[in-house]
Design a binder for this molecule. Structure first.
Ligand code: 4NP
Length: 163
């Protein structure tokens, strides 16, 4: 069976979306689900194409015992076909993704990451780029919460597709 494919999207693909991708990959490895669910990330902009995760994001991750890897790329139209679920970090990302869905065929695949939060009421993962270290810690806290809800959702989607 083809794996269920998740794409995390932010603006630059160096802070929030690589964090979401790496945090989900940690959960998948822990649950031994890496073959059933696979992750990637992208930015709506091309500002940082080819760059690794931001050093401040990587440092915040290291404090939690995680290593973030990856290389930034820009979201492209073919991602709509290639992924099962596309997770926007904030409303601007959401709008910019749907702006590329010119034939209005894929909006059902695009959701806000915070829709999957269980404990937190935030509606967006805030952009930490121009702020201090607390912003990067908040990103990780939010993504840890949202990723557990998302993991449960993805497992349910896989089960449903088997029916
Ligand atoms: P990200 O953060 O969208 O979470 O990767 C940003 C990275 C770069 C910029 C803005 C946000 N920038 O303006 O270059």
């Amino acid at each position: 069976m083809e794996p269920y494919k998740l794409l995390f999207v932010c603006l630059g693909n160096i802070c929030r979306s690589p964090a979401a991708e790496n945090i989900m990959n940690h959960s998948l490895a822990r649950e031994n689900l890496q073959n059933q669910i696979v992750c990637d990330s992208a930015g709506t902009s091309s500002y940082h194409v080819g760059s690794p995760p931001d050093v401040r994001m990587a440092a915040a991750a290291r404090e939690r015992g995680m290593t973030f890897t990856g290389s930034a790329r820009q979201f492209k139209k073919s991602d709509f076909e290639d992924f099962d679920l596309i997770l926007a970090m904030d409303r601007d990302n959401y709008r910019n993704i749907l702006f590329l869905d010119t034939e209005d065929k894929y909006s059902h695949k695009v959701k806000m990451m915070c829709d999957f939060c269980r404990d937190r009421n935030d509606k967006e993962v805030p952009d930490p780029y121009y702020g201090g270290p607390e912003g990067f810690n908040k990103v990780i806290d939010l993504l840890l919460d949202a990723s557990s809800g998302l993991l449960e959702y993805a497992i349910a989607q896989i089960e449903e597709s088997k029916l």
